[in-house]
Design a protein around this ligand. Structure first.
Ligand SMILES: Cc1cc2nc3c(=O)[nH]c(=O)nc-3n(C[C@H](O)[C@H](O)[C@H](O)COP(=O)(O)OP(=O)(O)OC[C@H]3O[C@@H](n4cnc5c(N)ncnc54)[C@H](O)[C@@H]3O)c2cc1C
Length: 374
């Protein structure tokens, strides 16, 4: 992110943390596929799980811009760890849509890093068509019974709290806080993924899970509205995540091409290499500028933030895929080996075009908005 002075110290602190705690573990976490336990403990000491939560609860009170700065720096060091850490920010929805009682019960755990969170939107029959979700919440005397399966859930089995999107009537949805320990909650096997390997992903299975009334967020008929607002924020965070991967791959490519000698000179001196590097830098900087403007619009309460965030999501994730692929190319044969970080970055980048609304879905939304402007 491009920073005003206010954010510079903040960025430098996060960068130091990311380079000290995340970067040295990235390759090993990718190999082992273990969740980043140590990283989580170190992050909690620095207040990272609490960043988006209000200062009145001991949180960081970070605005969306600062959240994106933090996410970019963490993903630059280790995309999997950054994903796991950022997932703890999901329950800031409790602050946006929940009651004081819910905030008192949930936020302190999140801020202290004592609990982790996840969200359950996608189902086996689909992720793009969110409003076709079939997980059902049925009202009982003093709460709700939830039945359904949520698929591809980041932090599945590792998180304590799951914000579950469930149908409360034929056409309406609610958002529910489900705890890992609730009877009837179980988890599928950990998915074996192409990338983001240190970030756990699994099914969350909800079999007659009884949820007390206090765990319903806001109005049981306004879940779709809440989730769209929450997704707007997370879309910017995850754009920053993709941007971090792209920026890291660009840095690695610059470093390597300056060192690698062919035909008696560093390959960085060849014009074709410089052209490719320039295109990589253009992609990163264009994506960053768009994300910054989406954050500014959001902070200013401008409704144009929605489409700008979609544009940022597409640009940042397409940049991540293209720039990591080009970085592998610039490493030559070594880029294809697991010994060098660009190989991991390329695998990590792919999913950024798929999650948080696939890039096709975002392109549809962008086109719809632009047609409506004329
Ligand atoms: C590693 C990982 C972590 C994830 N974490 C989470 C999580 O924490 N919580 C959660 O709820 N979900 C999570 N997801 C799910 C993710 O959000 C979905 O995979 C994504 O939304 C796409 O849904 P789908 O996989 O069902 O694909 P589908 O919706 O079946 O789409 C298949 C293809 O069809 C295209 N397509 C669909 N509809 C249209 C259309 N109208 N026009 C044009 N093209 C279309 C899509 O772009 C895609 O290319 C995660 C996924 C992965 C891989």
């Amino acid at each position: 992110m491009t920073l005003e002075a206010d954010y510079r110290d903040f960025r430098d602190n996060i960068r130091r943390f990311a380079q000290t705690e995340l970067a040295p573990r990235a390759a090993e976490l990718d190999r082992s596929g273990e969740p980043p336990h140590q990283v989580h403990q170190a992050a909690a000491k620095l207040g990272i799980p609490g960043l988006p939560y209000p200062e009145s609860y001991g949180g960081g009170g970070a605005d969306i811009f600062a959240q994106c700065v933090a996410m970019e720096e963490m993903a630059r060091a280790c995309a999997s760890s950054a994903l796991s850490l950022g997932s703890s920010w999901i329950l800031s929805a409790v602050v946006d849509f929940g009651s004081k009682d819910q905030q008192d019960r949930i936020v302190p755990q999140m801020v202290a890093g004592e609990a982790r969170s996840a969200w359950g939107l996608t189902e086996p029959k689909g992720g793009s068509d969110l409003m076709a979700a079939s997980t059902k919440a049925t009202r009982t005397g003093d709460g709700w019974i939830i039945n359904g399966v949520k698929r591809f859930i980041t932090n599945g089995g590792w998180a304590d709290w799951y914000m579950v999107f469930a149908r409360t009537s034929e056409k309406r949805f609610g958002l529910f806080l489900v705890n890992k320990a609730d009877p009837g909650v179980s988890f599928g096997a950990q998915e074996k993924k192409m990338g983001m390997r240190a970030s756990p992903t699994s099914d969350v299975i909800l079999d007659n899970v009884i949820v007390p009334e206090w765990r319903l967020l806001g109005d049981p008929e306004r879940g779709a509205e809440y989730i769209n607002k929450a997704l707007l924020k997370s879309r910017m965070q995850m754009s920053a995540h993709a941007l971090g991967i792209a920026g890291a791959a660009l840095t690695e490519a610059l470093r390597y091409t300056k060192e690698r000698v062919q035909f008696g000179q560093p390959v960085a001196d060849f014009q074709l290499v410089r052209g490719l590097v320039a295109d990589m830098a253009i992609k990163v900087e264009a994506a960053r500028a768009t994300l910054c403007s989406a954050c500014e619009l959001y902070i200013g309460g401008d409704p144009a933030a929605k489409t700008q965030a979609s544009i940022a999501k597409v640009l940042c994730s397409d940049a991540a895929m293209a720039v990591t692929t080009d970085a592998v190319q610039l490493y030559g044969g070594y880029g294809y080996l697991q010994d060098y970080p660009v190989e991991r970055m390329m695998r990590d980048a792919k999913v950024t075009q798929i999650w948080e609304g696939t890039n096709q879905i975002h392109r549809l939304m962008i086109a719809k908005d632009f047609y409506e402007r004329v």
